[in-house]
Every structure is written in C-alpha cells, then in structure tokens.
Design a protein around this ligand. Structure first.
Ligand SMILES: [Zn+2]
Length: 157
C-alpha cells in the first residue's frame, strides 16, 4: 500500500497501528506532542498539523487569524450541525457572528446570570459530589477512584 509518506507517524495513523499502550488516537497524539521539541506534530498523509505549542496557537488564533480559515470542506461537513454560526464560517461572516456573540455574552446581565448558575451548580452538585467521595474514601477497604474528567463533563451538562 502506498501511503504517500512512509514516516512512522503517517504509517501508524493510516494503518491504525499506533502503540497498543494508547487506547485511542487522542492519547497517542498527546504522547507524540509531549515528545516533540516543538510541541507540534505533522501527519503528512492527512495534511494535518496538530500543535500544543502556545506560540503557534497564539499565532493562528490571534496574530494571523485570517490566514487560517476553516475552509469550505470543513464548513460543508459540519453545515448540518453548525449551520452558518461562529464555529462554521470564515471572514466577514465570522467577524459579524463574533461581534454579535461578544455583545450578547459581554453584557452585565448575562455575565451575572452565568455567575449565578455556575455558583449554584458548584454549591449544589460539584461540592456535594466531591464531599461524598471524600467521605466514602476513608471507610472503604478498596481504593476509590474519582474520574475527575467525567465529573467535570457532567458539571458542564
Ligand atoms: Zn509522514
């Protein structure tokens, strides 16, 4: 099979043969990013660049944002899901959506409402859950494990 690139990363990606100690692509990508001196990896066959380098992220999202449009293929794939909203448009449409969202989300009444909701969620759901975990942990003979990622995901639902 001609993959177009025979580097280790591309071969593993195309053949789904990344090291077995990684359960999924995200874990493997994270591993590769931590090993990369630039905190950036490139999958040539997929024409994808993945970066965890804060300088690169700032450059793409702030300094030269206009140089990194989502593009029509991306927008077409997500059109049914996202329509023509902020997360699926470029250029003038994006700037308009961004300005509208900023006006809406930046108002004092919205920020106060969000603060009120988040405070209630923390007080009535998150803290009691964490307290119950702490209380049960001392009485159990087995090791209790708290999946904090799952807890935070539920917190935001
Ligand atoms: Zn490659």
């Amino acid at each position: 099979m001609n993959l177009g690139c025979t580097c280790d990363s591309c071969t593993s990606l195309v053949t789904s043969s990344w090291p077995p100690e990684f359960d999924n692509l995200s874990d493997w990508f994270t591993h590769l990013l931590t090993k990369s001196q630039t905190r950036t990896i490139h999958f040539h066959v997929a024409r994808n660049i993945i970066t965890a380098n804060s300088d690169n992220v700032e450059y793409m999202l702030k300094t030269r944002f206009d140089n990194y449009p989502k593009g029509k293929p991306f927008s077409a794939i997500l059109d049914d899901l996202l329509g023509h909203g902020t997360f699926n448009v470029d250029g003038k449409k994006w700037k308009f959506q961004r300005k509208m969202a900023s006006l809406e989300l930046g108002s004092l009444s919205i920020r106060s409402y969000i603060f009120e909701i988040v405070t209630k969620e923390i007080e009535h759901r998150l803290v009691p859950l964490l307290d119950s975990f702490t209380n049960t942990r001392g009485t159990s003979t087995s090791v209790a494990v708290l999946d904090l990622q799952d807890v935070l995901r539920q917190f935001f639902l």
